[in-house]
Design a protein around this ligand. Structure first.
Ligand SMILES: Cc1ncc(C[n+]2csc(CCOP(=O)(O)OP(=O)(O)O)c2C)c(N)n1
Ligand code: SF4
Ligand code: SF4
Ligand code: SF4
Length: 597
């Protein structure tokens, strides 16, 4: 049998392939973005990054209605915007096996919040599996689809960031094909009007009870008893692997199916022990489930409600619970990680925008989610709020409609990806709402990609999916919606962009600019480099304050004062530093070559 090293994300993709998956949809977001990229290699599966998570979910629902095996994957917060269709869909007995993969992010490695979607899975009456390694990610994907098929229940596979990205060996199997029966013509089942929906409530309860009965001796859960019946640890997911690293002589009940848990089995197993400790990240989900069953256990008394539970954190928690002294322990010490501050890439188009905004008279800058969120950090520090994708426009409206000193200028920022994801309704909500007294400058940063999540295509990329070309002009769209004045600006033309943005900030009314510098990384900006003439440089550091990585102050031979310099191997020639220099000390290398000749 073939074996391969795979990340958790790749293993889920493989599991879906082997399980006869037909359609996989997603919206990019860490940590699950890699699932769809991996699914893409399997020709048997139709896959798409949809416009947002709600649309992705709806596409997967359509395939499931058709009787096909469907999967939708999203980051944890994506589930929030999908919740409306999800809550109605999960009431319906599942036709085609359906799997929702949620990527939770304990420790917020790349998210605006920590959110434990096990609670949302339960809230939506789904059964939930929680794999511990890549092999389980593959197997649980297949098993979840089988359970969905057997019990007509929509399944959730919950995975966390570290497992999505870490690699371990998986065994591969062949794909199994299933018939696709087509959508049943049963409006009483699929039309969720009150009279139809009422009966589904009982059905949801029944099918969860059936899965709970299955959970009694499921192979998804592993019970590892030891001789000593002092302590039982109950855990799931990657934490099981972390716990095993401690090499403790202690009984473990590892749950793979974390909801519903078999009450009968939980009571039977825990009854043998003096003490039951639950180890889980974020909320006390398993702990509360057990307590509802009457099982006496402890968990969050010893383990943090926030962040990842590393091997050290588990060890510390078990020490706090006075468990670790009762058992022989092996301390693992991990290397400290050196923190690096995130910055815009070399030549990033967002750099000039925020340099302009920083030097402007803007009173507030309302940010949004994308690479441009980095503007909240040094050297720019230009964001007064960042909440969730697409929220900036609505928040801006709330501010202007509730302010007395309304003429204080606001700059409101949104990227193209975020505009298409959820910004459009907010712009419509703003239409014809201006009394001319407010002062808002909207900057739509159209870098023609969804850059922060790895450069996926979106409506303005010019290639929306692998088959069809699509280039939605944000300017034309906003004009069609009804905004009369929308202007495009080239962000790399710093001086012109600065003049227009400052002019808008200096005047009342709503101004909308689409700033259209392509993402330097995705579109591989690579122009002749710039260099600093130290004899002209006055050391003012204007260029340094743009934060472009090739720039640094250095000591030149025979010059006392520190002067700026550019690492020519790194510079991609965007010209922004040259344009902010007050004395034209930064010059284009091609000119240098001409001079040399
Ligand atoms: C609801 C939700 N889904 C997905 C994400 C992950 N995510 C972070 S930024 C981003 C898109 C950013 O694209 P864009 O607005 O074009 O900005 P860019 O990164 O290109 O500058 C996405 C999808 C998220 N934060 N929230
Ligand atoms: S990925 Fe693109 S948009 Fe993001 S920081 Fe880099 S150049 Fe800028
Ligand atoms: S020209 Fe200046 S700002 Fe642009 S990439 Fe080179 S060093 Fe950075
Ligand atoms: S902006 Fe110009 S003068 Fe100022 S430090 Fe940079 S190169 Fe020197």
């Amino acid at each position: 049998m073939k074996k391969m090293m795979m990340t958790g994300n790749e293993a889920i993709a493989r599991g879906f392939y082997e399980a006869g998956g037909v359609l996989a949809s997603s919206y990019p977001g860490s940590p699950t973005v890699g699932i769809l990229s991996a699914v893409n290699q399997y020709d048997e599966i139709y896959s798409e990054f949809s416009t947002n998570e709600k649309v992705a979910l709806e596409v997967a629902i359509g395939a499931s209605f058709n009787g096909a095996r469907a999967m939708v994957a999203m980051k944890h917060v994506g589930l929030n915007i999908s919740l409306d269709p999800l809550m109605a869909f999960t009431e319906i007995p599942t036709q085609g096996p359906f799997l929702l993969v949620t990527g939770d992010d304990p420790g917020l490695s790349s998210s605006q919040n920590e959110q434990d979607n096990r609670n949302l899975g339960k809230f939506a009456n789904m059964a939930i599996v929680d794999p511990s390694n890549s092999q389980e990610a593959l197997e649980f994907t297949k098993k979840a689809l089988d359970l969905s098929s057997k019990y007509n229940i929509p399944m959730m596979l919950r995975i966390t960031s570290r497992l999505c990205h870490s690699r371990s060996i998986v065994t591969l199997n062949d794909r199994v094909e299933y018939d696709i029966p087509g959508m049943e013509k049963k409006p009483e089942k699929y039309c969720m009007i009150p009279s139809n929906a009422k009966s589904q409530q009982t059905y949801m309860k029944d099918r969860l009870e059936a899965v709970e009965a299955y959970a009694y001796d499921t192979s998804l859960n592993i019970y590892e008893p030891t001789e000593d019946k002092g302590v039982l640890i109950i855990t799931s997911g990657l934490l099981y692997e972390n716990l095993k690293e401690l090499d403790l002589d202690v009984s473990i009940w590892k749950l793979g199916l974390i909801y519903p848990i078999s009450k009968k089995r939980a009571i039977e197993i825990t009854a043998d022990y003096d003490e039951v400790i639950v180890i889980e990240e974020m909320t006390p989900f398993i702990e509360n489930e057990l307590k509802l069953m009457g099982v006496v256990c402890k968990g969050k008394e010893y383990f943090s409600l926030t962040g990842e539970l590393s091997i050290e954190a588990i060890e510390k928690g078990l020490e706090g619970a006075a468990v670790i002294n009762k058992i022989n322990q092996k301390t693992i010490e991990s290397e400290p990680v050196v923190a690096r501050h995130p910055v815009f890439c070399t030549g990033c188009p967002h750099r000039s925008t925020f340099d302009i905004v920083k030097k402007s008279k803007a009173d507030l800058v309302i940010g949004d989610i994308g690479c441009y969120s980095l503007a909240a950090l040094p050297p720019f520090e230009q964001s007064n709020s960042i909440i969730s994708m697409g929220a900036s426009v609505g928040i801006t409206k709330g501010l202007i409609k509730s302010r007395k000193n309304n003429d204080k200028p606001i700059v409101s920022v949104i990227g193209d990806g975020t505009f298409f994801h959820s910004g459009i309704p907010s712009f419509i909500n703003l239409l014809h709402q201006s009394d001319g007294e407010e002062n808002v400058t909207f900057l739509i940063l159209d870098n023609r990609t969804t850059a922060m999540t790895g450069g996926q295509h979106n409506g303005s990329s010019g290639r929306f999916n692998s088959k069809n070309d699509l280039k939605v002009s944000i300017k034309d769209l906003l004009k069609t919606i009804g905004f009369e004045e929308v202007e495009e600006i080239n962000q790399y033309n710093y001086k012109k962009a600065k003049e227009k943005i400052n002019n808008a900030i200096g005047n009342k009314g709503i101004s909308i600019f689409v700033l259209n510098g392509p993402c330097a990384l995705k579109y591989k900006l690579n122009k002749p480099y710039y260099y600093v003439d130290p004899t002209v440089c006055i050391g003012c550091r204007n260029c340094i304050h743009t934060g472009c990585p090739p720039l640094e102050m250095k000591k030149y031979h025979n010059i006392d004062k520190l002067k700026s310099s550019i690492d020519q191997d790194m510079c991609v020639g965007c010209s922004v530093c040259a344009q902010v220099c007050p004395v034209n000390a930064i010059k284009l290398s091609t000119e240098l070559e001409v001079e040399d000749e």
